[in-house]
Design a protein around this ligand. Structure first.
Ligand SMILES: NC(=O)c1ccc[n+]([C@@H]2O[C@H](COP(=O)([O-])OP(=O)(O)OC[C@H]3O[C@@H](n4cnc5c(N)ncnc54)[C@H](OP(=O)(O)O)[C@@H]3O)[C@@H](O)[C@H]2O)c1
Length: 324
C-alpha cells in the first residue's frame, strides 16, 4: 500500500510517499481501508519534531511513529477473531492518536476503542473532520463548568477545528459567545454563530473591560494572571492546547493556580473517541456541520496538504482523500 513515511524529523523534506506492506491485524485488531483523513496540529508537530519538548513523547532523535495521521474515516476490510463490535463492510471513523496513528496511508490496523460506527447520512469527508477537534470541543463543554443560560464565553483561536465545533455545540444554549482569531475569519465566524469577534492581531482580549464565565483557549499563550482577571468571580479557564509548558503547568498544578489566582484553571486531557456516539446523535439531529476547507488533496498530495495546513490559510479542517 502507499503511505507517507517519516523516518527522520524535518518538515516537509523528510516526508516521503512509498510502498509499504499492508498492515497485518492481530486478533484484537481491525483493518480499515481509509477513505479520508484530516490533519491535526499533532501530525505536523510530530513530523517537525517541534517544539522540542514534544520529543519526550514522540521520540528524542527520530519519530517512534513513522506514519502520522490520526483522524480517519473508512470501511472495515478485515477483523481479528476477538473483535465483536465491527464487521467487514462497516463504515467507521475515529482518532488513532492514542494507539499508533497511521492515517496517512491506504490502510490502517487499529483497535475497537479507536473507532466508532459512522452516523446515518455522514460522508467519509465529514466523518474524518470530526474525531479529535470534535472530542476536544465536546469535552471542554461537558467535563468542566456547567454551561448555563446567559453565560459569557470566549474562545481564543476560534477559527480552528475546536472553535468551529464549540460554536455549533452551543447553538441551542442561550449564551453570549466571543471568538478571537485573525481578521480574515471575522465574517465567517460571525456567520457561524459567534456573537462577537476580536482580531488578535490588533486587540488583546485580556486588556478589554469584558469579563467571562468561561474562557476556552486553543492557544494558551498568556501569563495566568491575565486570564484570571478576565474571569468573573466563579469563572473557569479551560486550556485546550498551545504553549506546552503552560498547558503542563495547568495539568499538574490546577489546584495551586486556583489558590493563587482565586479562579479555576483546567485543561482538557483528550479522551480520544469517548463521545463519538453522542456526536453521532448531534449530527443525526442536524446540529453539527463540520467546517471543511474548500481545498481537497489526494493521498499523493499529502505533503502539499500539510504545507497548506502549516501556512495557516485554511478554514476549518484540511482533508486528504485517499482515493482520487
Ligand atoms: N488537550 C489535549 O489533550 C489535546 C490533544 C490534541 C491536540 N490538542 C491541541 O488542541 C489545539 C487544537 O486547536 P485547533 O485544532 O482548533 O487549532 P487549529 O485548527 O490549529 O486553529 C487554531 C486557530 O487559532 C488561530 N490563531 C493563531 N494564532 C493565534 C493567536 N495568537 N491568538 C488567537 N488565535 C490564533 C489560527 O488562525 P490564524 O493561523 O489564521 O491566525 C486558527 O484559526 C491545538 O493546540 C492542539 O495542539 C490538545
Amino acid at each position: 500500500m502507499k503511505a507517507w513515511v517519516v523516518r527522520k524529523y524535518g518538515f516537509p523534506e523528510n516526508m516521503s510517499i512509498i510502498e509499504v506492506p499492508k498492515p497485518e491485524i492481530a486478533v484484537n485488531e481491525i483493518l480499515v481501508k481509509i477513505k479520508a483523513v484530516s490533519i491535526n496540529d499533532w501530525d505536523l508537530s510530530n513530523i517537525e519534531g517541534k517544539p522540542w519538548i514534544n520529543r519526550l513523547l514522540a521520540g528524542p532523535f527520530r519519530p517512534k511513529i513513522q506514519i502520522m495521521g490520526c483522524d480517519i474515516a473508512g470501511v472495515v476490510e478485515a477483523v481479528g477473531q476477538s473483535v465483536s463490535k465491527f464487521k467487514v463492510g462497516d463504515k467507521v471513523y475515529g482518532d488513532l492518536s492514542s494507539h499508533k496513528f497511521g492515517g496517512f496511508a491506504e490502510y490502517v490496523a487499529t483497535r475497537e476503542n479507536q473507532i466508532c460506527h459512522m452516523a446515518e447520512g455522514m460522508s467519509f469527508e465529514v466523518a474524518a473532520a470530526i474525531p479529535q477537534a470534535g472530542m476536544l470541543a465536546y469535552q471542554a463543554l461537558h467535563d468542566f463548568s456547567e454551561i448555563k443560560e446567559g453565560m459569557n464565553i470566549l474562545v481564543n483561536g476560534a477559527g480552528g477545528g475546536v472553535g468551529t465545533y464549540v460554536v455549533q455545540m452551543l447553538k441551542n444554549h442561550k449564551v453570549h459567545l466571543t471568538g478571537v482569531d485573525s481578521e480574515a475569519k471575522r465574517e465567517f465566524l460571525l456567520q457561524l454563530g459567534y456573537d462577537a469577534f476580536v482580531n488578535y492581531q490588533k486587540e488583546d482580549f485580556t486588556e478589554s473591560d469584558m469579563k467571562y464565565d468561561i474562557i476556552i483557549d486553543c492557544k494558551t499563550n498568556r501569563p495566568f494572571h491575565r486570564y484570571s482577571r478576565k474571569l468573573k468571580e466563579n469563572g473557569e479557564y479551560i486550556s485546550i492546547g498551545g504553549d506546552l509548558l503552560k498547558v503542563i503547568r495547568i495539568m499538574l498544578m490546577s489546584k495551586q493556580l486556583e489558590k493563587k489566582y482565586g479562579k479555576k484553571f483546567s485543561c482538557v486531557q483528550l479522551n480520544a473517541n469517548r463521545n463519538l456516539p453522542q456526536i453521532n446523535k448531534i449530527f443525526e439531529n442536524g446540529l453539527l456541520n463540520p467546517i471543511i476547507d474548500s481545498k481537497r488533496f489526494t493521498l499523493n498530495e499529502g505533503r502539499k496538504a500539510l504545507e497548506y495546513y502549516a501556512s495557516g490559510l485554511f478554514l476549518g479542517k484540511v482533508l486528504i482523500k485517499t482515493e482520487d
